[in-house]
Ligand binder design. Structure first.
Ligand SMILES: [Zn+2]
Length: 152
């Protein structure tokens, strides 16, 4: 006998996914009452855990409905998100970079290339080297070590 006890199937009538105990011979759809022989069904997902099976059912149902599964949302306290969000108030790029630098300094003490890479990715800010060049040109941003910045 298979160790994976639970399987996820899709009802042949109403196309709703459900998790079934694979040791059973038949299952009845709780949406439309369709009775199905488990052996004859496609198993989309197998697991030992009923909880994981329920998760797989939800995921598959979303997929069947053509919905995108939302990615886990980042914590709003994430300093990079905060920096990007606050910087959107800036009227030009210089001001936006300055706001980002201020948030980064406040949150992290100082910030470096890796932090700028994160910001560039989240805010879609383009080339990191170019950003660093622009940051270097802003008078209020100090570079105590190579590629480490802070607001003075
Ligand atoms: Zn059904």
């Amino acid at each position: 006998m298979s160790k994976e006890r639970y399987g996820v199937i899709v009802c042949s009538d109403c196309q709703n996914a459900r998790c079934v105990d694979l040791s059973n011979k038949t299952t009845t759809c709780n949406h439309c009452g369709n009775k199905m022989k488990i052996k004859r069904m496609n198993i989309y997902y197998m697991t030992r855990s009923q909880k994981e099976g329920a998760w797989a059912v939800r995921r598959l149902n979303e997929k069947l409905k053509g919905k995108e599964i939302p990615e886990e949302k980042k914590e709003p306290s994430d300093p990079y998100y905060k920096a990007i969000k606050e910087s959107s108030q800036g009227k030009d790029e210089k001001e936006r970079l300055l706001i980002m630098a201020r948030v980064m300094t406040k949150e992290l003490g100082e910030f470096g290339r890796g932090d700028i890479e994160n910001l560039a990715e989240i805010g879609d800010l383009g080339d990191v080297d170019k950003l660093i060049e622009k940051i270097r040109k802003i008078d209020d941003i100090y570079e105590p070590k190579n590629e480490t910045f802070k607001i003075v």
